[in-house]
Design a protein around this ligand. Structure first.
Ligand SMILES: Nc1ncnc2c1ncn2[C@@H]1O[C@H](COP(=O)(O)OP(=O)(O)O)[C@@H](O)[C@H]1O
Ligand SMILES: [Mg+2]
Length: 294
């Protein structure tokens, strides 16, 4: 046992007193009871923290994309999937990844102040602050200054996602690596689906195990899948070696090819799947979107 102090002799115990090893401080029993009642009503909560998709009410689905490390194509995949979904369903893309990615990718005017911190005081959907992009997709860009990054905390993530889930059919999250070093875990625990994007690249592959393990510990295992991006990239590990020999022991939910058009259209601030639907990457990301979000 852990430093419980000296055990009282039986005859020294007050009537009705029992040894408390680990319990609520005096006076908190009532609050704990109330909390248990609330948890019974809403099984997705633990200690007031949402820990499963069901914990956030709302009709929408939350889908998080992240990768073990930067540069694997999370923003690209999230933006393309979100833009494709937005053609048929109310969809919002949320940037939890700090400064810039969504803002830059979609060419938001540099003086556009809309950003995730607008949500700090938002309570319901009447307070929604999104940028409506011409492709029909709503955007919640990241913070404007790096100094503000620490204000994107788990409480803000739950607040933003909770409100958006009630207002949109799909809430797509462009997240930093879910590894405990940032608030992306908060998005993962309430997501209906979590996709880990990797590339056929040694660093990406080596870090996959740790990422998968972290998601398991968060209880996201059944809702998680891995996708391979930049398949066939020059110098990359051969896809056949990853799929046939399966050294990673994972089944890829999607294999998205490397394509020059991706970078070209990203640089034009266009969504390649919309602008060049016949491109191999566009076809693959469309097939994935149709299959998963039917
Ligand atoms: N399938 C792909 N084919 C070619 N280039 C890609 C592909 N996916 C992403 N890229 C390029 O890789 C770079 C990193 O992509 P990005 O989406 O910003 O990654 P992340 O958000 O994971 O850091 C960008 O230059 C992007 O254009
Ligand atoms: Mg990114």
């Amino acid at each position: 046992m852990f430093g419980l102090g000296r055990k009282k002799k039986k005859d020294m115990q007050e009537p009705g007193e029992s040894l408390i090893l680990w319990g609520p401080a005096a006076g908190t029993e009532h609050a704990e009871q109330e909390e248990r009642e609330r948890e019974k009503e809403n099984p997705g909560m633990i200690d007031g923290i949402p820990v499963s998709p069901g914990a956030l009410p709302g009709r929408g689905k939350i889908v998080t994309f992240h990768s073990p490390k930067g540069g694997d194509g999370v923003s690209t995949v999230a933006a393309n999937v979100a833009a494709l979904l937005a053609r048929h369903a109310g969809t919002v893309l949320v940037d939890l990844n700090g400064v810039g990615a969504v803002r830059s990718r979609f060419g938001l005017p540099s003086d556009c102040p809309v950003n995730i911190l607008d949500w700090e005081s938002a309570e319901d959907r009447r307070h929604i602050s999104v940028y409506e992009h011409q492709c029909g997709l709503a955007l919640v860009p990241g913070v404007v200054h790096y100094d503000d990054l620490e204000r994107v905390n788990p409480a803000l993530v739950f607040r933003v996602l909770g409100i958006l889930k009630d207002a949109y059919e799909y809430v797509v999250v462009d997240a930093p690596p879910v590894n405990g070093a940032n608030p992306a875990w908060a998005a993962a625990v309430v997501s209906d689906r979590v996709f880990t994007v990797i590339t056929p690249d040694r660093a990406s592959i080596d870090m996959l195990g740790g990422t998968v393990n972290y998601l398991e510990r968060l209880g996201c295992e059944d809702r998680s899948a891995v996708m391979l991006n930049k398949a066939g990239v020059p110098g990359g590990i051969r896809v056949a070696d990853l799929v046939d020999k399966n050294p990673l022991g994972v089944e890829f939910k999607a294999i998205l090819p490397y394509s020059d058009a991706v970078m070209e259209y990203n640089n034009r601030r266009q969504v390649v799947a919309l602008a060049r639907p016949k491109d191999p990457f566009s076809r693959a990301v469309s097939a994935f979107t149709e299959e998963v979000f039917d």
